[in-house]
Design a binder for this molecule. Structure first.
Ligand SMILES: *Cc1c(COP(=O)(O)O)cnc(C)c1O
Length: 449
């Protein structure tokens, strides 16, 4: 099919995610013909560096020989079968391996097929746990301002990004929201490198007062992604873990975006030495190949559901594609690649290279902050640096950066006024240099207007 025909059919029938379709009148979607390492290749052969890992999912580049092989091998056996009453090697192997690698104490794995579903699973498990151990008033969840946990109604209920949420408020669950860490505009005038997570005080007050009606606290560890890659220190996780234990409330970690090496460790909680009660993973789990998600939990939570059928304590949640063998086979291969190709050990020079770009960006008058955690970095554009005053959202500076970068050969998809980098972990030095150069030029083009 020719590019024009793809575009014609798309315009006639496709409704794209997170898109005002009318924007496509000005800038139609770009048909991609194939992938090659960190590059997306369009129909005209133009190569575009995938600076956002295709919405945070890709780990080792596109069209990866080992992942391709793992997929083909599993396809030759079976693509999918029912996962209730049946099992298969890739799921069993993946579950065992994840429990080995995850923070200690997480021993059970529940499968779903996307991140939002993994969050729904965690919320339902937490709620049902308290019901079954006889603490029936624990029915509400605590989340942070500007949090992002997915788009289904339960996940959206614990989200804090008004952009995605406001209109649905009448049909969302009631919960508590507390001020999340905002290190760039820290109300306590602290630095993220040296603070003691003073900003947790609001959370502390709420948990101490209301714990009797709180089932769990859900957060994105170390980086609040959709909030604009807000980076905050591990001490916050340590304090939150302590508070949750003290108040008998579940600590639910949503590592859907930050898991699988993005922060420089396999899981973000490792930086704090903390074990959540429930851990949600997805996105990078298949290296960006297939939809798959898991929710890990402890023996203690699992035990509260384990009884004779007639007690009606089972977790009766399912998805048609639960434990899909193709996705699991790729996920097993992803973990082998991490180990055999020493992915995390080899990240240090790339993280240093990202950090070394900081002065270049912060020298620009319209850059308020350059922040980084592991292989994720963000440049926050501001109208006025001294007052840290954001550009009005109506100006759509981020969209302008997107267009300028695309014209220069890189995919950046800013979050509001925040231009961020989340490249595949295997990006090489030259590719990362190009990505940073293009971002720099795009930002200059957009801010000097
Ligand atoms: C992407 C994301 C989700 C939702 O995952 P989907 O697969 O898009 O449903 C949830 N939480 C976080 C932190 C995410 O980044």
């Amino acid at each position: 099919m020719k590019k024009e025909e793809v575009l014609r059919l798309d315009a006639a029938h496709v409704w794209h995610p997170c898109t005002q379709q009318k924007d496509h009148e000005l800038l139609p979607p770009l048909p991609i013909a194939r992938g090659d390492g960190v590059y997306l290749v369009d129909y005209d052969g133009n190569r575009i560096i995938d600076g956002v890992s295709s919405w945070w999912v890709n780990l080792f580049g596109h069209n990866h020989p080992r992942l391709n092989r793992a997929l083909t091998e599993q396809t030759g056996k079976i693509a999918h079968h029912i996962f209730a009453g049946f099992t298969h090697q890739p799921a069993a192997e993946l579950a065992a391996r994840l429990c080995e690698l995850a923070p200690p104490g997480l021993t059970k794995v529940f499968f779903a097929d996307n991140g939002s579903a993994a969050v729904e699973v965690a919320l339902k498990m937490s709620f049902q746990y308290w019901q079954q151990v006889g603490v029936r008033q624990k029915t509400r969840f605590v989340s942070l301002t500007d949090a992002y946990h997915g788009e289904t109604l339960g996940a959206l209920s614990v989200g804090g990004c008004d952009l995605y949420r406001s209109i649905y408020r009448p049909i969302l669950l009631e919960g508590f929201q507390v001020q999340g860490p905002d290190c760039f505009r820290c109300p306590y005038q602290k630095q993220r490198e040296s603070c003691n997570a003073e900003c947790i005080e609001q959370m502390e007050r709420l948990l101490l007062q209301e714990h009797e009606q709180i089932a769990g606290v859900i957060i994105e560890p170390l980086i609040q992604g959709a909030a604009g890659m807000r980076v905050y220190p591990p001490v916050y996780l340590r304090k939150l873990r302590e508070l949750c234990t003290r108040c008998d409330v579940h600590y639910i970690a949503d590592e859907i975006a930050v898991g699988f090496g993005r922060t420089g460790r396999l899981f973000a909680n490792e930086h704090a030495g903390t074990t959540p009660d429930l851990l949600c993973l997805s996105k990078g789990i298949t290296g960006g190949y297939m939809p798959l998600a898991v929710t890990l939990t402890s023996e203690e939570i699992y035990r509260a559901f384990y009884d004779d059928y007639a007690t009606m304590k089972a977790f009766l949640h399912s998805h048609s594609y639960s434990g899909n063998p193709l996705a699991c086979a790729i996920a097993v291969e992803v973990l082998r690649i991490f180990e055999e190709e020493q992915i995390l050990q080899l990240l240090t020079p790339r993280m240093n290279q990202l950090q070394a770009a900081a002065p270049r960006f912060t020298a620009l008058a319209q850059v308020g902050e350059f922040r980084r955690c592991g292989m994720v970095a963000a440049v926050e554009l501001v109208q006025d640096r001294n007052g840290k005053i954001p550009y009005p959202w109506q100006e759509r500076r981020g969209l302008a950066v997107y267009r300028e970068a695309l014209a220069r050969g890189a995919l950046l998809r800013p979050l509001g006024n925040v231009v961020y980098f989340m490249p595949p972990l295997t990006i090489n030095a030259d590719e990362l240099d190009s990505l940073l150069d293009i971002a720099y030029q795009a930002i200059v083009a957009v801010t000097e207007k």
